[in-house]
Design a binder for this molecule. Structure first.
Ligand code: ADP
Length: 258
């Protein structure tokens, strides 16, 4: 049921997000139109995240989520994750810091799931911190057989009574429920970390900050093995001299074909 619903919801969302992205590139937009488009995009992306999270949770709970392991460069992953949040942290007057200790050049693991967990944790840390810093620390442990990741913030912290409950789906701590968010990020992150062979835990001091941390068995690899490429920049056009291609696009709905 969920898989089918998710398809039905995602298809029109594709049209909303796709056309909003195309429109955003128009240099002749007025400032107020640009703002409206940004709201459409943010709302659409939020809805997409919600659907994806619900579907991922359902998949994990049905035992259908599997690991996609491949070699990757852990430092590149950290830098990429930092780049996503650099501007947002600066806008909130926060210092975003990356610390690494003894990272191997190559490890083997599920890069996409690890990235999603880090994005969730850093996103939360920035959202719930009003001043100070957010630190992402990655260190080799167990004589290089594993890596420990910690996300530390200097935010409001989490009350002891909330510590266990924040990992439950849709739970948002008292006083935070007005904030944007789905309440699914930590539930999903914990399940992903467990799937990867670790566990997600938290320590927190109300008024001083929180630290979310986990250790994964990501073994170091011979750097000569090819690693998967980092995420691609936006496509701006075709390189000159390409052969002419005929593209066949099939959909019964004109909006989707468009
Ligand atoms: P969301 O962030 O979408 O509300 P999460 O599952 O990611 O959902 O987090 C659940 C709740 O845990 C948050 O609503 C917040 O109350 C609390 N929380 C998570 N991370 C932090 C943090 N770094 N500092 C303080 N509270 C946090």
């Amino acid at each position: 049921f969920l898989a089918k619903m998710s398809h039905e919801i995602r298809t029109p969302l594709n049209a909303i997000l796709g056309f909003a992205q195309v429109l955003k590139r128009d240099p002749d937009l007025r400032a107020d139109q640009r703002d409206s488009l940004a709201i459409i995009l943010r709302g659409g992306e939020h809805l997409l995240t919600l659907i994806n999270n619900v579907l991922d949770l359902a998949k994990i709970e049905a035992g259908r989520e599997t690991l996609q392991t491949a070699p990757f460069d852990p430092l590149a992953l950290l830098m990429e994750t930092e780049a996503i949040f650099q501007q947002g942290a600066r806008d909130r007057g926060l210092n975003l810091v990356i610390q690494t200790v003894g990272l191997p050049p190559q490890v083997k693991g599920d890069q996409m799931k690890l990235r999603q967990v880090l994005i969730n944790l850093i996103g939360n840390a920035i959202k719930f911190t009003d001043s100070g810093s957010v630190t992402l620390r990655a260190e080799a442990v167990d004589a290089g057989a594993g890596m420990r990741f910690s996300v530390l913030d200097t935010g409001g912290g989490i009350a002891p009574a909330e510590m266990a409950r924040i990992f439950e789906p849709f739970h948002q701590a008292e006083g935070n429920s007005g904030q944007e968010g789905t309440g699914l990020g930590l539930a999903l992150s914990r399940r992903y970390v467990r799937l990867m062979g670790g566990d997600l835990a938290v320590t927190s001091e109300p008024g001083r900050g929180s630290c979310f941390f986990f250790t994964l068995p990501l073994g170091a690899l011979d750097p000569s093995e090819p690693s998967s490429s980092p995420s691609e920049p936006p496509i701006i056009g075709l390189a000159p001299g390409q052969p002419v291609c005929r593209v066949l696009l099939v959909d019964d709905l004109p909006d989707n074909r468009e």
